[in-house]
Design a protein around this ligand. Structure first.
Ligand SMILES: [Zn+2]
Length: 313
């Protein structure tokens, strides 16, 4: 059983607060008074949202730019507070009542360049993402990863080679644009630059590119630094580096910089909050809930609540 006031409606998570129902990052149509969108990544969005939305203005702008239809939105209401979760531009965690329930959405456990992190604050019920909720996912410091990456870029430039740096188009690619702004020529993929423009409009000091490419054939001989979406052009550029937390699993030519909290940051976040109830969601939710129970917390995985089709067969 989920804690009082938290329920699953189909595959969606819905909470009750002061007589209102709030669907948290629903991905299928759901009937609720409000729909909370924590951030504008596609795995947290529906294509068309007809209920009133609560989200940051940055999230709404990014979601609309990505083709989502939102008819009505607010950034805050009595009894509902949004706080920066540090994941991407505009990402928010939601807190209801007087420290009643916190839903983290995706959140960062450490600052990265212009991005911050979600600060722990005591609540009774904590609904926490668990993307990297397994012990092996502990990330090295940002400084040590950047040192390795800068070294690889320097060597490529010495050899006259072009470098492509890859990350998710929204969030990671902007951090890459920021961290590697000193290299020239600085080339942005069109998809990345379209998001970079929105970040700049919200005051983030992202560099202007020397040029923007739509097609990989527009890339000239090296050296150059090309900031690209995750898998684009990996077979075209002589040197490729991808930035993702999954790099911990030893994927070749990828380095671990993540916009999520790592395993140790998830555990220390829960300890700092010290909630009465924990619900884990996404990724390794069962593993994290099990470990938290071992630490003495009342914890359960949202995934354990969902009825599987196999239950009917
Ligand atoms: Zn996300």
């Amino acid at each position: 059983m989920l804690p009082y006031g938290i329920s699953n409606v189909g595959s969606n998570l819905v909470i009750k607060s002061e007589g209102r129902t709030i669907a948290l990052d629903p991905v299928t149509p759901v009937s609720a008074d409000l729909i909370f969108i924590s951030h504008a990544h596609f795995d947290h969005l529906m294509k068309k949202i007809t209920s009133p939305v609560i989200a940051s203005k940055e999230t709404v702008e990014l979601a609309i730019a990505r083709g989502v239809k939102i008819s009505e939105f607010t950034q805050g209401l009595d009894g509902i507070k949004l706080v920066d979760s540090g994941h991407i531009l505009g990402s928010m965690a939601l807190i209801t009542g007087k420290n009643e329930t916190m839903y983290t959405g995706d959140f960062a456990g450490r600052p990265r360049g212009f991005m911050g992190r979600l600060e722990p604050k005591h609540v009774k019920n904590l609904i926490i993402e668990s993307t990297y909720g397994k012990k092996e996912y502990v990330f090295p410091s940002i400084a040590s990863v950047l040192k390795m990456a800068m070294n690889a870029v320097s060597k490529a430039y010495d050899a006259g080679l072009g470098v492509s740096l890859h990350g998710y188009t929204l969030g990671k690619a902007q951090l890459i644009s920021y961290f590697f702004k000193a290299w020239k020529p600085l080339i942005f993929d069109r998809k990345v630059e379209n998001i970079n423009k929105i970040y700049r409009a919200h005051g983030i000091a992202l560099p202007e590119p020397d040029y923007v490419v739509d097609q990989l054939t527009e890339l000239h001989n090296g050296p150059y630094l090309y900031v690209a979406p995750m898998y684009r052009g990996v077979n075209v550029c002589p040197v490729n580096i991808s930035f993702t937390g999954w790099a911990i699993k030893g994927k070749n030519s990828s380095l671990p910089i993540s916009d999520h909290a790592d395993h140790d940051e998830l555990i220390s976040f829960v300890k700092a909050i010290n909630p009465e109830n924990v619900v884990t969601i996404h990724g390794f939710d069962k593993e994290l809930a099990r470990e938290l129970r071992g630490e003495g917390f009342k914890a359960q995985a949202f995934g354990d609540q969902q009825v599987k089709i196999s239950d009917f067969i």
